[in-house]
Design a protein around this ligand. Structure first.
Ligand code: GRF
Length: 199
């Protein structure tokens, strides 16, 4: 059983996709035990509360420094029995202590084909603007393990789609988002059904 915490900063549509897969019975061996956001008004927290899943607002701003923040995060994970983390639109860097505590047990979804269009500053609409500016023929989404560098850990799953001639950053973002909503639950399903894959 993977006891999963989902971390996000915004509307939570990727989290909703995981919930829908759980409700459809296509994610055996996965339990969501906590949702955490750095943003108190994030949709992802509302979705969690509406589904009776513990929802926690935790931001570095509430703490004196990163180590106090990381310690509070770890304590929240310990209390909830978390052993796996999913970053679903989490816009903050995960403290190094957390990455070290959960080696190959944290995944992130990125809205492009890593290793391209990743790294510092490559988030949200910036990613799709960069893909279009570079006239890339393809974009897509990548689920990868999280290490201490942005968008750097090894790939779990990737799916590409063509960039259409009349795509704008917004139209590309919405087609990539559809891919994300399929890819993230699928990655979780594979990791939960191959327990050694993430050790
Ligand atoms: C997604 O595009 C994700 O790849 C990116 O942020 C967006 C989050 O959307 N990192 P949502 O909050 O899951 O709706």
């Amino acid at each position: 059983m993977l006891n999963v915490a989902v971390l996000g900063s915004g509307r939570g549509s990727n989290f909703q996709a995981i919930l829908s897969a759980l409700q459809a019975g296509t994610l055996p061996g996965v339990r969501i035990c906590l949702v955490l956001s750095n943003n108190s008004t994030a949709g992802i927290l509302e979705i969690a509360r509406a589904n009776d899943i513990p929802a926690l607002h935790l931001s570095q701003r509430q703490f004196a420094d990163e180590s106090a923040f990381a310690a509070a995060m770890l304590e929240a994970f310990r209390c909830a029995g978390v052993d796996f983390l999913v970053l679903a639109g989490y816009m903050k860097r995960v403290p190094a202590l957390i990455v070290q505590t959960f080696p190959r047990r944290i995944i992130n979804i990125h809205p492009a084909l890593l290793p391209h269009f990743g790294g510092a500053g490559m988030y949200g609409m910036h990613v799709h603007e960069a893909v279009i500016a570079a006239r890339s023929a393809f974009s897509g989404a990548t689920v990868h393990f999280v290490d201490e560098e942005y968008d750097h850990g090894s790939t779990v799953l990737q799916k590409e789609i063509p960039v259409l001639p009349d795509d704008t950053p917004a139209t590309l973002a919405s087609r990539v988002l559809e891919v994300e909503h399929a890819l993230l639950p699928e990655a979780l399903r594979r990791l939960a059904s191959a327990p050694d894959a993430h050790t």
